[in-house]
Design a protein around this ligand. Structure first.
Ligand SMILES: [Zn+2]
Length: 99
């Protein structure tokens, strides 16, 4: 993969990411940029980790490279909303928690 020349044909096949302004912070935008980027486009699987009764957090694992992103509730809700309103067309975003 030594082709570093911008390829307008392939760029035009990648829909632009829209609705990023609805995400609460730069980290949430980074998650979408990763999951909807050129390298790992796909769905990140969300799981809930609990280390104690009131000590739970949400972890999204990239299906492409297994990178993990730890989210808070606000980021999770915003990313789910983004995934369902924008991500479907792009086949990328995060999954809802099972159950
Ligand atoms: Zn990845």
């Amino acid at each position: 993969m030594s082709n570093i020349t911008p390829d307008t044909a392939s760029l035009s096949m990648t829909p632009p990411l829209t609705g990023l302004d609805r995400l609460p912070d730069a980290f949430a935008r980074d998650v979408i940029a990763h999951l909807c980027g050129e390298t790992c486009r796909g769905l990140g699987e969300t799981v809930e980790w609990c280390e104690g009764r009131n000590d739970c957090y949400l972890v999204v694992t990239c299906g492409g490279c297994r990178t993990t992103f730890t989210l808070d509730e606000d980021q999770y809700e915003a990313l789910i909303e983004w995934s369902e309103s924008h991500g479907n067309a792009l086949a990328c975003g995060i999954t809802r928690l099972p159950g």
